[in-house]
Design a binder for this molecule. Structure first.
Ligand SMILES: [Zn+2]
Ligand SMILES: [Zn+2]
Length: 620
């Protein structure tokens, strides 16, 4: 709306009884609500519930948290306090690590500040004045930040007795912050520089309503419960330890079985779709990584070693091995497309700080394939991969979204190649009427890609499949096929994964199902529990019969009460418990307990086998 010169926006909002307004956009620029128009302007009020509104609320909460910290810790020094997705943080230095009790005390102090409803007051000062102020306060981090900016005039914001250097905007007064919570504290370095003294990063969140805050806190609880690192340990799936090295996963029997199930599914589905299995070596000469462009564009993510004075790179991707298979003989147009598949183990350097359970590791397996085809075949090949993705996501019952990532700054190849490749991806999505978004500049260095993001049971999005179109590597490796006219032509290469990293996908599965795998994925589908030692022989007999029927079964041998044995099976989230005793052995049957459903009564062994086979849906 147009509002005239001289009007104060805060007064305007009050006079017009506008609700939930916390800031405004004046001629497109965001300002504090306490802003007086110096000319007639276009004004758009910012609602506290909008994306921008929440960002202002959360960033202001960081100021209020800093004020609370200053009250409690006189010598506290401050670095930066931005809003982030779903919350805010502030990097502070109080000379020691903060505890959970400190967080509680800070929160209590924040409540006093919000109750006092101090206005956020903006003043413009010279850079010199600002420097003097923070030097006097002894806050060397703020001094360094102010020194690093080019502007001669800077703005300060004060609420109560706390002054901060900031561009703004903020909420009009501290009372606007009503629903907030401090969440955690972690160590952080000033400007991420590990040579500097460690600071404390305090995370918090704030919402416009109590309901939104409660929902978010419940969500965080749910995330914690589903944490695959915690469940991986409880369900005895995998471990990672420092003796072996951070980022390297050790698979225990049940975790390895889960992998096996997924990998068997993958192999079967790839064979169905005309892929051929290939396998390249783990180490390839560094010279080859120079030809591919990996050495120039991806070296910091690779590990290198030497054999007899020759440098080798450990593969971070499987492309080069598959290219070698293609190049191993002359190819004719008649044999294209070639689809080479490998459950390829790759190694990538990740800093220890970013490693995270199975999600960020240094060694992982990709369900990787490379399709070599003619330009004319490209559209159909991409559609084939999109169908494959849909099939797999349906099996795992995931919804998903797709994004096209375009050319990044660091990239190889001509403009024309990039345009052709990007159009090929867009066309395949358009032709099959699949919705997608564009993600500018996020492509791989050798080509644009379609990224598939699946949605888990609690609404989180996870990257899994990618389809990358590549005109560059065929050029670099001089790949050819002999066309109809007898002349050599350049094939196109498609890099694609369906589930992505198997490690990562398993993390997603664990968190999605909260460890309660559907029958076809459960590493152990049924457990035989003899009621006493007397029935060990019969229990073994049942176990052998189920094994023969290819059911994943184990047998409870611990010397415990029957109710405890059932409890263990529940904790291990085993879908079926088969209790065997006198009655069962006489009738050659099992008493079946289904997880979450309870007693299903006595079934003959054959009936149980049929039941479990039907229920796994014939997937595996
Ligand atoms: Zn600020
Ligand atoms: Zn590749």
């Amino acid at each position: 709306m147009r509002i005239g010169k001289g009007v104060n926006l805060f007064d305007y909002v009050k006079a017009h009884k506008l609700k939930n307004v916390i800031a405004a956009k004046v001629d497109g620029k965001i300002v504090d609500l306490n802003f007086t128009l110096d000319k007639e302007s276009d004004v758009e009020f910012i609602d506290i519930n909008s994306k921008e509104g929440l960002e202002i609320l959360r960033h202001s909460a960081a100021h209020i948290m800093a004020q609370a910290i200053q009250t409690l810790f006189k010598n506290a020094k401050f670095a930066i306090g931005p809003a982030i997705e779903n919350g805010f943080y502030y990097d502070v230095d109080i000379g020691r690590p903060l505890t959970q009790d400190d967080l509680k005390a800070i929160e209590v102090q924040m409540k006093k500040i919000t109750a006092a409803n101090y206005p956020f007051v903006r003043t413009n000062v010279s850079k010199k004045e600002a420097l003097k102020l923070f030097k006097e306060k002894g806050d060397e981090y703020k001094v360094e930040i102010i020194e690093s900016i080019p502007d001669e005039q800077v703005s300060l914001y004060q609420q109560g007795d706390f002054v901060d250097f900031c561009r703004g905007p903020h909420i009009p007064s501290t009372g606007y912050l009503k629903h907030f919570k401090l969440l955690s504290v972690a160590s952080a370095y000033f400007r991420g520089d590990e040579t500097r003294p460690s600071m404390q990063r305090i995370y918090g969140t704030a919402f416009a309503t109590k309901e939104d805050l409660d929902n978010y806190l419940n969500f965080l609880e749910e995330v914690k419960k589903r944490d695959h690192r915690k469940l991986g340990k409880e369900l005895d799936l995998f471990s990672i330890n420092d003796d072996v090295g951070a980022g390297f996963v050790i698979w225990h029997p049940k975790g390895a079985m889960l992998r096996e199930i997924i990998e068997t599914f993958e192999k079967k589905e790839h064979l169905k779709r005309g892929y051929e299995f290939v396998r390249g070596p783990e180490l390839l000469k560094t010279q080859l990584w120079k030809v591919s462009g990996h050495y120039d564009n991806y070296r910091e993510n690779m590990y290198f070693t030497e054999i007899e004075n020759v440098s080798f790179g450990i593969k971070p991707m499987n492309c080069l091995g598959h290219i070698q298979v293609y190049k191993s003989r002359l190819r004719s147009y008649r044999e294209l497309p070639k689809r080479f598949f490998e459950l390829g183990v790759v190694h990538r350097h990740e800093k220890s700080g970013v490693l995270h359970g199975l999600l960020r590791v240094r060694e992982f397996t990709q369900d990787d394939a490379h399709i070599f085809c003619t330009k004319e075949q490209l559209n159909d090949e991409i559609i084939g991969v999109l169908d494959f993705v849909k099939y797999a996501m349906d099996i795992f019952k995931f919804d998903y979204e797709m994004e096209i990532s375009t050319r990044p700054e660091k990239s190889i190849g001509t403009d024309e190649d990039w345009e052709n490749a990007t159009n090929a991806l867009i066309n395949a999505l358009e032709n099959t009427k699949r919705p997608y978004q564009i993600n500018e500049g996020d492509g791989a260095f050798y080509g644009p890609k379609i990224d598939v993001k699946l949605k888990d049971a609690i609404g989180r999005k996870w990257q899994c499949a990618t389809i990358q179109c590549d005109f560059t590597l065929p050029e670099r490796f001089n790949l050819e096929y002999i066309d109809k006219d007898g002349l050599p032509k350049r094939p196109v290469m498609v890099h694609r994964v369906i589930l992505g990293s198997i490690e990562r996908f398993i993390a997603v599965l664990i968190e999605n199902y909260a460890g309660d795998f559907p029958l076809w994925l459960a590493p152990i589908q049924a457990r035989v529990i003899p009621v006493s030692e007397k029935f060990d022989n019969y229990a073994n007999d049942v176990y052998e019969q189920l094994k023969k029927a290819e059911i994943r079964v184990d047998i409870e041998k611990r010397n415990e009460t029957i109710s405890k044995k059932i409890r263990y099976a529940e904790l291990e989230k085993i879908p079926y418990v088969l209790v065997v005793g006198q009655k069962e052995s006489e009738k050659n049957g099992v008493s079946v307990r289904k997880r979450k459903e309870g007693d299903l009564g006595l079934l003959s062994i054959d009936e149980f086998i049929t039941k479990i086979k039907n229920e796994s849906g014939g997937v595996l």
